[in-house]
Design a protein around this ligand. Structure first.
Ligand SMILES: NC(=O)c1ccc[n+]([C@@H]2O[C@H](COP(=O)([O-])OP(=O)(O)OC[C@H]3O[C@@H](n4cnc5c(N)ncnc54)[C@H](O)[C@@H]3O)[C@@H](O)[C@H]2O)c1
Ligand SMILES: O=c1ccn([C@@H]2O[C@H](COP(=O)(O)OP(=O)(O)O[C@H]3O[C@H](CO)[C@H](O)[C@H](O)[C@H]3O)[C@@H](O)[C@H]2O)c(=O)[nH]1
Length: 324
């Protein structure tokens, strides 16, 4: 049955891919985005677009919406360390306003973009949802605060809520892909070398306790991630706040990623060994068992070469359309 959804942050990377999936499933989709880091042209055709802030969501939200999928946030880990108040105000303050607007409008289902950054430096691998949450950045702390806020909203006011804790999102879906500015994520940065936009890739540390000394991450295809959001909408239950990790359960090192980009693009990708980046855990790999058990989710694009191939195709699309 066709439903009506509000997607906050739907002009951004993950939100635009989820909006495209909702549309393809036959739903009516409205994107609310202030374009602070998003791109108007990234919003899929056929979606209603409102340029506005989640802080003002009450202006547009009404009982005709079946649920909100909430992606709008600032998400630069480094910036959150130097400008933490920006993160508390937007990610936490903005979500408080959004939850109030949902309560007032009687919209009682929420899917929220949480993050592996809520766990901080893991004590055991793979990471389950019962692992200690000890974020190492204000970004991670702001997302954890929102998770706590949502738990309270579910317990006190019967919200049906699912938080999805993404690990390293990568890849693209058609013309929806990753375009952060500045870019900090490994795969788009390595692809910038292949596109001739940067000379070499810096490898942040090769003395970690991992097989090749570089950090290991769990890369998940953004289209697999999007499918989990549709399943989460079905699984959401009044009064419950379900939290699920989303990852493939496989770790790839920084050097393995660079090597995969060399194979996919045919470019030599020069690399420079640089000092460690502050706050990077050596290994972050998800247990996605809860997502499988509770949502019925199974990733189908776990191969790193497939993920990089889709990201490369999107980068070439940007070059063709002369975008950055
Ligand atoms: N990309 C990742 O690897 C990753 C990993 C874990 C979690 N997340 C989370 O997923 C979500 C989406 O991330 P992304 O990579 O697509 O980021 P993005 O920056 O591409 O998208 C965020 C969108 O939110 C919008 N926005 C920000 N504040 C807003 C506000 N107050 N009102 C309205 N719109 C606002 C921006 O303009 C942007 O379009 C974020 O909540 C992020 O914390 C992302
Ligand atoms: O130029 C670069 C960029 C990154 N890296 C390394 O590549 C790995 C992946 O880095 P990303 O910046 O792509 O991703 P992170 O693992 O830092 O970040 C991810 O995990 C975080 C939780 O720790 C947040 O959830 C964040 O949103 C999510 O993208 C890290 O070891 C990083 O040090 C490099 O060596 N060189």
């Amino acid at each position: 049955m066709s439903k009506k959804y509000l997607v906050t942050g739907g002009a951004g990377y993950v939100g635009s891919v989820v909006a495209a999936h909702l549309l393809q499933a036959g739903h009516e989709v409205t994107v609310l985005d202030d374009l602070s880091t998003g791109h108007r042209e990234g919003v899929p055709a056929g979606v209603r677009f409102i340029e506005g802030r989640i802080q003002d969501a009450a202006k547009w939200l009404d009982a005709s919406y079946d649920a909100v999928l909430h992606f709008a946030a600032f998400s630069q880990v480094g910036e959150s360390v130097t400008d933490p108040e920006k993160y508390w105000r937007n990610n936490v303050g903005g979500t408080m306003d959004l939850l109030a607007a949902m309560r007032d409008a009687g919209v009682r289902t929420l899917v929220f973009s949480s993050t592996a950054a809520t766990y901080g430096e893991p004590k055991t691998t793979p990471i389950t949802e019962s692992a200690e949450t000890a974020p190492t950045s204000p970004y991670g702390a702001s997302k954890l605060a929102v998770d706590h806020m949502i738990s309270g909203e579910a317990a006190a006011h019967g919200l049906a809520a699912v938080s999805l804790r993404y690990f390293n999102v990568a890849g693209a879906y058609g013309t929806c892909g990753e375009r952060h500015d500045p870019e900090s994520h490994l795969i788009p940065l390595v692809l910038q070398v292949a596109r001739g936009k940067r000379e070499a890739i810096s490898v942040y540390g090769d003395d970690y306790p991992t097989p090749d000394g570089t950090c290991v991450r769990d890369y998940i295809h953004v289209a697999d991630l999007a499918e989990a959001h549709l399943l989460a909408l079905d699984a959401a239950t009044a009064g419950e706040h379900l939290i699920c990790n989303l990852g493939n359960g496989n770790g790839f090192s920084v050097r393995e990623v660079i090597e995969t980009v060399r194979k996919v693009t045919g470019h030599p990708i020069p690399e420079i060994t640089a000092p460690r980046r502050g706050g990077d855990p050596a290994v972050l790999v998800a247990s996605a068992r809860a997502a499988t058990d509770r949502l019925g989710w199974r990733p189908s694009r776990a191969d790193l070469a497939d993920i990089v191939t889709d990201a490369w195709r999107f980068a070439q699309h940007l070059d063709r359309t002369k975008e950055s």
